[in-house]
Design a protein around this ligand. Structure first.
Ligand SMILES: Cc1cc2nc3c(=O)[nH]c(=O)nc-3n(C[C@H](O)[C@H](O)[C@H](O)COP(=O)(O)OP(=O)(O)OC[C@H]3O[C@@H](n4cnc5c(N)ncnc54)[C@H](O)[C@@H]3O)c2cc1C
Length: 388
């Protein structure tokens, strides 16, 4: 093991986890990264609340992934192992009210990353920055370094090049063309954990939240919080619909249940005999001001007709025009197809070349599941290399 020449491309969570697990077993690891610093997207993820994994019980945790291989990887290196690994780095964590697992308040994202990089340094992992991966063959990887083209020999190569969103963090997905040229099957990268652009009708609700609503597309639904933005809607139930709408022709219709706890009949019962609608909506049905404002976008006749109104409370239709552009979304679906990979995430036809992290064709919601998937696939690749 120790004499292997292990090269990892990409200093994001997946690549660094593979490096860490290998180095813990005594391997000498070289990581090459095109940026001047490691894990920029990891730091970006930390800006909106740094949820590193989730506290959900494993059987339901795993349902967040659309790929069996990633489910297996997460089972091997699960959320509790992530917490233990963070603890070994000296990073304490807590479970937030939503079940998300965060570092304790004294650890900013940069502190977590620095603790990780320090641990890697102590284990002898060398990270080479400003090194742009351009290609590989069966024994060498080719990189651009300060305008020079260099080749680095490898006996084991791990590609952990990330997805295609937030290009400014380094995840520019240029690897797609390199791998395609080698006839490696790639599922096109598309927006995931993405908001939707809607008709302009809702623009006046910008910045307002709908809490505890149920969003549905056909038979798929998700309860959670939705926010109106200048272009449309965002939020976890919105992101959950992405994978079901992605292959559908736009525009399409989503439905919002503004009062999931009551049936349409129960709502209708409360509206019957009301002289004024708004007080019943507000005090009887306890709908939020945002929900009421949304209902007021109905034409007057529909708003005043209690049959139509009760139906709209349960199934408010919202027409969406498109997913958001790939560069601004949280993650991408698609990537190296599983048909091109062995169970150990080794590229078929390319012995000792592995893929890990978001560049592989799986998707998951935000809330810690993406990072967990990256950690776990990085871990799985390291175990496969250690056992080979
Ligand atoms: C705004 C935002 C919020 C997020 N919030 C969350 C969240 O709350 N919870 C969660 O779980 N996840 C979240 N994520 C997602 C999470 O950060 C990513 O899924 C994760 O960082 C992917 O890890 P990775 O190692 O696969 O790839 P990346 O983190 O993208 O790392 C890939 C690395 O490879 C390098 N690279 C790419 N091409 C080359 C090349 N040709 N040569 C050399 N190096 C190269 C890149 O520079 C980069 O450093 C968020 C992401 C964003 C953008």
């Amino acid at each position: 093991m120790i004499e292997k020449q292990i090269v990892i491309i990409g200093a994001g969570p997946a690549g660094l986890m593979a490096a860490h697990q290998l180095a813990l077993k005594g391997a000498k690891v070289h990581v090459y990264e095109q940026n001047k610093a490691a894990a920029r997207k990891f730091l970006v993820a930390g800006k909106g609340g740094f949820n590193l994994t989730h506290n959900q019980e494993l059987s339901s945790f795993n349902q967040n992934y659309d790929a069996d291989l990633v489910k297996e990887a997460v089972q091997e290196f699960d959320n509790q192992k992530v917490v233990a690994w963070l603890c070994d780095l000296g990073v304490s964590t807590y479970v937030g009210s939503s079940g998300k697992i965060f570092p304790t308040k004294n650890f900013k994202p940069i502190h977590v990353l620095n603790a990780w990089l320090e641990a890697l340094k102590r284990l002898g992992v060398e990270i080479h920055y400003d090194s742009v991966f351009t290609d590989f063959d069966d024994s060498k990887v080719y990189l651009k370094k300060n305008e020079d083209l260099i080749s680095v020999p490898y006996s084991t190569l791990v590609l952990a090049l990330g997805g295609g969103s937030w290009k400014k963090t380094g995840s520019d997905s240029k690897w797609v063309e390199t791998l395609k040229a080698k006839h490696i099957a790639i599922t096109p990268l598309e927006s995931a954990n993405s908001g939707y652009t809607t008709l302009s009708t809702y623009h006046h609700l910008q910045g307002q939240y709908l809490k505890n609503i149920k969003l549905s597309f056909e038979s798929h639904s998700k309860v959670g919080e939705l926010v109106f933005t200048k272009y449309g809607i965002e939020g976890s139930p919105v992101y959950a619909m992405n994978r079901f709408t992605r292959k559908q022709p736009f525009p399409l219709v989503l439905e919002i249940d503004l009062k999931p706890s009551l049936s349409q009949e129960e709502i209708l019962e409360q509206l019957k005999g009301a002289t004024k609608i708004s007080p019943v909506l507000k005090r009887g049905l306890k709908l939020s001001t945002t929900a009421i404002n949304l209902l007021k976008t109905l034409d007057k006749e529909s708003y005043l007709d209690i049959d139509t109104l009760s139906k709209s409370i349960k199934r408010f239709t919202i027409e969406v025009l498109s997913l958001r552009p790939i560069d601004e979304v949280i993650s991408t679906s698609g990537g190296v197809a599983f048909q091109a990979l062995s169970d150990n995430l080794e590229l078929k036809g390319f012995a000792n070349v592995y893929c890990a992290g978001e560049m592989v064709d799986w998707e998951a919601p935000t809330g810690g599941y993406l990072l967990q998937g990256c950690f776990s696939t990085g871990y799985r690749v390291a175990q496969a290399i250690l056992e080979s």
